[in-house]
Ligand binder design. Structure first.
Ligand SMILES: NC(=O)c1ccc[n+]([C@@H]2O[C@H](COP(=O)([O-])OP(=O)(O)OC[C@H]3O[C@@H](n4cnc5c(N)ncnc54)[C@H](OP(=O)(O)O)[C@@H]3O)[C@@H](O)[C@H]2O)c1
Length: 306
C-alpha cells in the first residue's frame, strides 16, 4: 500500500512563526509546501519543503500553488506599511489568498490573528486583522483562528530589542506610566496550538497566550535584571518615546516601534480576556536565554528588505 503524506501549505515557512509551524508538521511526518516572498532564498528545511512565490498579483498561480493540500496555515501579515504595501492592501491580499484557497479545494485554514482585533479599532493593524477574520468566517473553509499576543523566541523582535536597548544605553524610556499589561506567548507553543487546531474540524477562534502577565514596567525590569543591565528606567510621554525610537531607528536603519504599536501596547490589547492557553513561562525562557537575548539588534527591515 502506498502511504501518502498529508500536504500542508504554510505561508512564511522561512520566517518567524511559520518556520516553527513547518518544523512541527515535518516532525509529525507531514509534508509542507511554503508560499513566501523569498522562494529563492536559502531553504533552511532543504528539499523537504517546496517553496513557491506568495504573489498576490497572480491569484491563478496562488490557486495552483495551493492545490493538493488539505490545510493552509496562514501567517501572512505586515507589521507596518512599507513601500506599496499598506494595511488596506494587506487585507486585500489576505482576501485574495482566502479565495485562492477556496478555489484550490483547501479544506481548512489555520489563521494567525492577534488578540483583541476589532473592525472599529482606530489602529489599522487590529482593524485589518478583524476584517481578515471576517473574510475567513464568511468563506467556505473550515477555520481555526489563533490569536497570539506578543510572541517570544530566539528570533522574536520586540523582547530582543528591549534587551538590546537595556544593554546598550544608560537609560531606558518607558512610554507613559508603564502600567499597561502584556502576556507574552512562546513561539513553539503558538506552533503547537496552530498545528493541533489544524488537525481538528470544528470552526474555532482561540487566543494563544502564555501563563504570565506583566505590566510593561515589570517586563522591562525583569529583562534588565536577568541581563544585568544597570540602565535607569524612566517614564516619558508616548510622543517623546516615539520620537526617540525614530532617532534610534535612524541609527540602526529600522523601524524600532511605530506610533500605532505604542498605542496598541498602551491600550492593553496584548493580553487575553480569557485564561492562559500556552504553558511556557516567559520568565523561565528569559532565564535560560539571558546571555543571548539582546546581544545584537534584530532589524525587521533588514530581515525583509535587505
Ligand atoms: N510576532 C509577533 O509577536 C506576533 C504577535 C501577534 C500576532 N502575530 C501574527 O502572527 C503572524 C506571524 O507573525 P510573524 O512575526 O511570524 O510574521 P513574519 O515572520 O514577519 O511574516 C509572516 C509572513 O508574512 C509575510 N510578510 C511579513 N511582512 C511582510 C511585508 N511587509 N510585505 C510582504 N509580506 C510580508 C512574510 O513573508 P516572507 O515569507 O517573505 O518572510 C511571511 O510570509 C502574523 O499574522 C502576525 O500578525 C505575530
Amino acid at each position: 500500500m502506498i502511504e501518502t503524506k498529508e500536504l500542508n501549505v504554510v505561508t512564511g515557512a522561512f520566517s518567524f512563526t511559520g518556520s516553527y509551524i513547518a518544523q512541527r508538521l515535518l516532525s509529525m511526518g507531514e509534508s509542507v509546501r511554503t508560499l513566501t516572498n523569498r522562494p529563492d532564498d536559502e531553504n533552511p528545511f532543504g528539499p523537504q519543503v517546496e517553496a513557491l512565490p506568495l504573489n498576490f498579483d497572480k491569484p491563478g498561480e496562488l490557486t495552483d500553488s495551493l492545490r493538493g493540500a488539505r490545510t493552509l496555515y496562514n501567517t501572512y501579515w505586515i507589521r507596518f506599511p512599507h513601500g506599496r504595501v499598506s494595511f488596506d492592501r494587506a487585507v486585500e491580499n489576505s482576501r485574495t489568498l482566502i479565495r485562492a484557497a477556496e478555489e484550490a479545494g483547501i479544506r481548512r485554514i489555520v489563521h494567525m490573528g492577534i488578540t483583541n482585533p476589532s473592525a472599529d479599532s482606530a489602529l489599522p493593524y487590529f482593524r485589518g486583522k478583524a476584517l481578515v477574520e471576517e473574510a475567513i468566517t464568511r468563506s467556505k473553509l473550515s477555520y481555526a483562528i489563533v490569536r497570539p499576543t506578543v510572541i517570544f523566541g530566539t528570533e522574536g523582535i520586540l523582547i530582543n530589542n528591549i534587551a538590546w536597548l537595556l544593554r546598550r544605553f544608560p537609560v531606558f524610556a518607558v512610554p507613559g506610566s508603564g502600567d499597561y499589561r502584556i502576556q507574552p506567548v512562546f513561539v513553539e507553543d503558538v506552533a503547537e496550538i496552530a498545528v493541533s487546531a489544524g488537525h481538528q474540524d470544528d470552526n474555532a477562534i482561540m487566543d494563544a497566550v502564555g501563563p504570565e502577565t506583566f505590566t510593561f514596567n515589570e517586563l522591562v525590569r525583569l529583562i534588565a535584571s536577568r541581563i544585568n543591565s544597570r540602565a535607569r528606567i524612566v517614564h516619558i510621554r508616548p510622543r517623546l518615546a516615539y520620537s526617540l525610537a525614530r532617532l534610534i531607528g535612524g541609527a540602526v536603519r529600522d523601524v524600532v516601534i511605530t506610533r500605532d504599536e505604542i498605542d496598541g501596547l498602551m491600550s492593553n490589547l496584548l493580553i487575553s480576556k480569557g485564561g492562559p492557553t500556552a504553558p511556557t513561562r516567559f520568565s523561565l525562557w528569559l532565564g535560560q536565554n539571558a546571555d543571548k537575548v539582546g546581544r545584537r539588534y534584530i532589524s525587521g527591515l533588514e530581515r525583509r528588505y535587505r
